[in-house]
Design a protein around this ligand. Sequence first.
Ligand code: KDG
Ligand code: MG
Length: 469
Amino acid sequence: MHKPLSNISQLGRRGFLGVAGVAALSHSLLSRRQVVRALLAKDRLAENTGSSAGSCRGLPPLKITDVRVIVTCPDRNYVLVKVLTSEPGLYGVGDATLNGRELAVAADLEQHISPLLIGRDPEQIEDTWQYLYRGPYWRGGPVQMTALAGIDLALWDIKGKRANMPVYQLLGGRTRTGALAYTHASGRNLVEVEGVARRALERGFKCVRAQVAIPGLEGTYGTPGNKTPEAAAGRVANMAELPQTEVFEPAPYLRAVPRLFEYLRAKLGPEVELLHDCHEKLDPIQAARLAHDLEPYHLFFLEDCLRPEYKESFRLIREHSTTPLAMGELFNSLWDCVPLIKEQLIDYIRCDLGHIGGITAARKVAALAELFQVRTAWHGPGDIGPPTHAANVHVDISIPNFGIQEMVFFPDVTREVISGGPEFKDGYMNVSDLPGLGCDVNEEAAKKYPYRRAYLPTARRKDGSVQDW
Ligand code: KDG
Ligand code: MG
């Protein structure tokens, strides 16, 4: 475990001399050649870091010495990033997992990003973010933004470890004692969903996202189809070498979902917070009808009704309903969030920290949202790794406009490879006070679980045409 330095080392003092200091020394102690070499080294550092190096509390300047990309499949595929530094034992761990396109992100990190980082100052997080985002000219997209998020998380981890503080302290300190969490309840029929929801409530959850299989359809996102909920958990073991095709029809879906919530309200009472994920599969008028029909059941929110391209169509839903709306897990640009937030077309922004550029991006989205009374609900599925879940919670507990946090329990096999991450207690998520993000990766254990190609399902209408899953 990394120990922070408490006193200024020789190297640290030298780091503080600056160019003028080096030149002044030249007359007394150093030969002309030594001075030239020192000035060149100083220039190289400035070039690598984007500005002249400086570091906190007199610690010596730091450099990135290596970027290791670890692709592993402990239950499902994860891409982990380990950024090593010139300080012995000091490294940061990030997560760069993009479900179904893991190797594209790994190649971006290994082939394109890693060479740019060697020699840079890991403490300059914002500058590195800007450099990796705007530097390649061909900016954005889920692959590049996931790679950038992986690096960003690792750099925040390093900064926290160096400062000997958990990341939430660096973000401004606690605004709450924990992050309200929601879990998933899905089933083949109403009774099965109720059973799963009841078990969640017994476990301490106060908020449950409910999805039910649609009679007559072979599968709809978030439901087990005709498998048991456990067998349909969506893990790699259940994912074919090629994508499974599900069938979706809006009419039965729009009939079944209000029935589900009518049933759950009657069975579970008014206290439990209920949520539902449309998974971007509806047209605007269908979404408006569903939001309207769900009003009597007082959802906490209705999630991701529309495809991410159609932000202006949220206006139509708003005009027809007071059901709170959430959107954003498919966004991979900060600018995707702007129209929805500034026109108050949604109530919850739920970007994925792992796909929008990490903590550096999320804190800007959160700050913008705060100004428009929009709350956060960061995406928290099992297909992003524990470091992203940890980042979610570090942000959640340090911002004023947090709303709710989606979470999962990772199986033991995942925890064997990636330790740490947020903990659940009495309905809330929390992080420990370990320095940094609080996660680590066991590279030896990761080797035991090699990558296995896996696709998300796709969907079609009954007439065979492509449908959003
Ligand atoms: O990889 C796709 C999943 O992250 C997504 O289907 C999960 O929609 C999801 C959610 O809300 O958790
Ligand atoms: Mg979702």
